[in-house]
Design a protein around this ligand. Structure first.
Ligand code: UGA
Length: 472
């Protein structure tokens, strides 16, 4: 360990012990934590953002990735994926000399004292459990280059018990005093920089006061702004993350279950959501009914959580998540059925334009994208499908090369018998339904995200159908 702590808690009182104004604008040098050097292993959505944002706070940061092309791109100041605002933070900090990327674990080990593990934990092929090879692989790769007293901090979303396993590995093969901590990440794609620099809370699972002090020091510039800092044990920290994502997924599936009932009863789920959201115990966020949740996190996290609970003998506690998953997938199937019904009962030979390939707006991430899933199902039913997305087409084409892609939103809709809005980009909201009416063959649209104004579309002569809302 090559830095010096300035005293208990690095001499930085907890936020609650000092007036907020006192800390604002205070430089890290004054706070006494500048000497900490950080490495970030994995440069995906999480790692690249974490590395850039930690450099933005003033730290010297080395990002590590096994992909040389990605490392080269990052070193040139470019972000290999779409994330609003990240390119500026990245470029600024590379230019300032605080941030660099490498494929060498040796450089990371020698050049840093606190090592953040930010690699992916995707769903295992053919199973629900998380594939942990990247996490354990990166810890093993780092071990030969760690120095006594270094701290390894897991940020990836993992099955509960992972930190303890890593602790055992470090005790067996790392230099003395190397510890592990767990510090789950809660950032949303599309808001990654904002969520990293101004999170709702920071959570750390630690085994020792020393690890706690180190992480308090690292995050001092953030906690100085009044961000709650929760210190707990390994297992609780790991569980906080999957519990949070499970709750969010449950909230979305709850409102989508209400959408199913609204469809049966002729009621309007958007008004229902607004009305129940006024109750502050419920809250209005994450109550947008539609095609449901996708992406690289919520779907695989609830499945991995169920799988892990099963291993722990607590399977029954999470059976409701199976229903959450089913409700979510049902919305996609329902949208395909609705598409079939709206074109006269058979999709074969029909031209269908799908708006949206990314799993949500302001992202180019197409992992488990509900919109793309619907596009593929409609294509498999024999329709001629054209997909539009402002940012996600390159990734979509890589995964589904057989679909047709079009970068111009109006051209994508040309001669369509049906449009399906699957991702609520602002661009779609801003379109004039009257202008579009002259491009398409059939004025029929499914608003899979309740993103458009039904009255505007209907008055322009469209058959407008939405999920969970009355037909007219
Ligand atoms: C999610 C969590 O929100 C983050 O807190 C967490 O850090 C992240 O997973 C992760 O585990 O890394 P993210 O996957 O970026 O973030 O996306 P969300 O904004 O949560 O959206 C997830 C899905 O839910 C999207 O497909 C979105 O369209 C859908 N959604 C969201 C709804 O269908 N309705 C809503 O009301 C909100």
């Amino acid at each position: 360990m090559r830095y010096r702590l300035a005293g208990p808690g690095c001499g930085i009182p907890a936020y609650s012990e000092r007036p907020r104004e006192h800390c604002r604008g205070q430089s890290l040098a004054t706070l006494g934590v500048m000497s900490l050097r950080l490495s970030v292993i994995g440069t995906g959505y999480l790692g690249a953002t974490h590395a850039a944002c930690m450099a933005e706070l003033g730290y010297e940061v080395i990002g590590v990735d096994i992909d040389p092309a990605k490392v080269e791109l990052l070193n040139s100041g470019q972000v290999p994926f779409y994330e609003p605002g990240l390119d500026e933070v990245l470029a600024r900090n590379i230019k300032a000399g605080r941030l660099r990327f490498t494929t060498s674990f040796e450089e990371a080990g020698n050049g840093a004292d606190v090592h953040f593990i930010c690699v992916g934990t995707p769903q295992q092929a053919g199973a629900h459990a998380a594939d942990m090879r990247q996490v354990f692989g990166s810890v093993e790769a780092l071990i030969p280059f760690l120095s006594p007293g270094d701290l390894v901090v897991g940020k990836s979303t993992v099955p509960v018990g992972t930190a303890e396993t890593i602790e055992g590995i470090l005790k067996a093969s790392a230099p003395s005093g190397v510890e592990v901590a767990w510090n789950p990440e809660f950032l949303r794609e599309g808001f990654a920089v904002e969520d990293t620099l101004h999170p709702d809370r920071l959570v750390i699972g630690v085994r020792s006061e020393r690890s706690e002090e180190l992480l308090r020091a690292v995050y001092a510039p953030i906690t100085a702004e009044g961000v709650p800092f929760v210190v707990t044990d390994f297992a609780t920290a790991e569980l906080v993350k999957v519990a949070a994502n499970s709750f969010l997924a449950t909230k979305i599936s709850f409102i989508n279950a209400m959408a199913e009932v609204c469809e049966a009863a002729g009621a309007d789920v958007t008004q229902l959501a607004t009305a129940i959201g006024y109750d502050t115990r419920i809250g209005s966020r994450f109550l947008a009914a539609g095609l449901g949740f996708g992406g690289g996190c919520l779907p695989k996290d609830i499945r991995a959580f169920m799988a892990r609970a099963g291993e722990l003998g607590a399977e029954e506690a999470l059976t409701f998540l199976r229903e959450v998953d089913q409700i979510n997938l049902r919305r996609r199937a329902h949208t395909v059925d609705l598409a079939r019904a709206l074109v006269g009962g058979n999709l074969r030979g029909k031209r269908v334009c799908v708006w949206g390939a990314a799993f949500k707006p302001n992202s180019d991430d197409v992992r488990d994208s509900p919109s793309l899933d619907v596009a593929v199902a409609i294509s498999n039913a024999g329709a001629d499908v054209v997909v539009h997305d402002p940012k996600g087409l390159t990734n979509a084409e890589r995964v589904y090369p057989n679909l047709t892609y079009e970068q111009d939103v109006l051209k994508a809709a040309a001669d369509a018998d049906l449009i399906v809005l699957g991702t609520e980009w602002d661009e779609y909201r801003e379109l004039d339904p009257a202008v579009l009416a002259s491009t398409v063959k059939g004025r029929t649209i499914i608003d899979g995200r309740n993103a458009l104004d039904p009255a505007a579309w209907r008055s322009a002569g469209w058959t407008y159908r939405a999920l969970g809302r009355p037909n007219a």
